[in-house]
Design a protein around this ligand. Structure first.
Ligand code: HEM
Ligand SMILES: CC(C)=CCC/C(C)=C/CC/C(C)=C/COP(=O)(O)OP(=O)(O)O
Length: 300
């Protein structure tokens, strides 16, 4: 592999591509949930491009700010800035270009509301969470989770230009999902966070306390995911999916809490990602398939 292709890979990695891809799935589905038919193609492409660039920019700032702690933790020590493969200044320029481009796209071709909400999420993650909360309180990821939870709202406002209760419900789902998603991993990596003095919940309050709160949030998540059905936003297919997926999450949170399976923390973390992906996909399927079934059923 040439040095040049290596460096592109490093810049790509700065954007946390897998995380941003899952966020994009939620913003795309936020767009589709906002309308009964097809999302205008320009909004679909430019809206998600703008959101992705801004999220990538925030992720690059996170790498930049965290380089000294990243190099000390096994999970993150090989990151591009921590290892000096990307210079701090270049990373800052890269983040500024991505953020500037993303904002320009949203302001020029989408709408001002989406642009400012996206900027708030960018700053919420890159500045409020990374620079302050992460180092200050074990509630860091709970509060910081608001930024990561925003994409379905950003997708929704990109299409409609308005904030809507149903869009906020999608944000609420990801907001409540974030603590079990992260704490499962943080339980596994507790000693590393302790080593770099980051006050994650398992460090400040212990593993058992964190496991219990992971279970509590998972139960709360189960309840919150019933709300799209209860409010008439989604139908029976979604309800079935939410109940099955939620039962699986609670199962893993219980296995985690019982503590006799050493693989439970990372299995719960992996499940959290599959869970969110599947929940949003089933919501989209419900949105299009169920009305279609009614139409065709009614027409026969
Ligand atoms: C404040 C909120 C969040 C925190 C603290 C958090 C924390 C983390 C951490 C530490 C990892 C790294 C695991 C590793 O390096 O192996 C991770 C991975 C991941 N997170 Fe989150 N996360 C948050 C929000 C989100 C959101 C909102 C999404 C998507 C909607 C998301 C999707 C993912 C995905 C897909 C991965 C796997 C990445 C990979 O395999 O490369 N996360 N998360
Ligand atoms: C515009 C918009 C939607 C912005 C959202 C930005 C974004 C990419 C949020 C990601 C959330 C995340 C992976 C947090 C982990 O950070 P960490 O520093 O705790 O984890 P780390 O140790 O792996 O870096």
């Amino acid at each position: 592999m040439t040095a040049e292709s290596m460096s592109w890979r490093d810049y790509y990695e700065l954007c946390k591509p897998n995380v941003v891809l899952l966020m994009l799935l939620t913003s795309v589905i936020g767009m589709f949930m906002a309308v009964p038919g097809m999302v205008p193609l320009d909004v679909l492409i430019l809206g998600n491009l703008g959101i992705a660039l801004c999220a990538g920019s925030a992720a690059a700032v996170n790498h930049l700010v965290d380089q000294r702690i990243d190099i000390q933790m096994a999970r993150t020590h090989n990151r591009p800035i921590a290892q000096g493969r990307v210079k701090t200044k270049n990373a800052a320029v890269f983040a500024a270009i991505l953020g500037g481009l993303g904002m320009a796209i949203l302001l020029l071709w989408i709408n001002a509301l989406t642009a400012w909400l996206t900027l708030a999420s960018l700053l919420g993650y890159a500045v409020v969470y990374t620079l302050f909360l992460k180092r200050a309180t074990p509630q860091n990821i709970v509060i910081g989770g608001i930024a990561g939870a925003a994409p379905p709202l950003l997708g929704w406002t990109a299409v409609t230009g308005e904030i809507n209760g149903h869009a906020l419900l999608l944000v609420l789902i990801i907001f409540v999902w974030t603590p079990p998603h992260f704490w499962a991993l943080a339980i596994h990596r507790r000693d590393e966070y302790a080593k770099v003095d980051i006050p994650m919940l398992p460090v400040t309050h212990g593993i058992s306390y964190t496991k219990f709160h992971t279970l509590l949030y998972t139960i709360l998540l189960f309840v919150v995911t019933l709300l799209p059905f209860a409010t008439g936003m989604s139908g029976v297919l979604y309800l079935l999916g939410a109940v099955c997926l939620g039962a699986g999450f609670i199962y893993w949170a219980i296995v985690l809490m019982r503590g006799n399976n050493p693989k439970a923390p990372m299995a719960t973390f992996a499940y959290s990602i599959i869970y969110l992906m599947a929940l949003f996909i089933v919501m989209l399927l419900d949105h299009y398939l169920i009305p279609a079934a009614y139409v065709y059923g009614g027409g026969v």
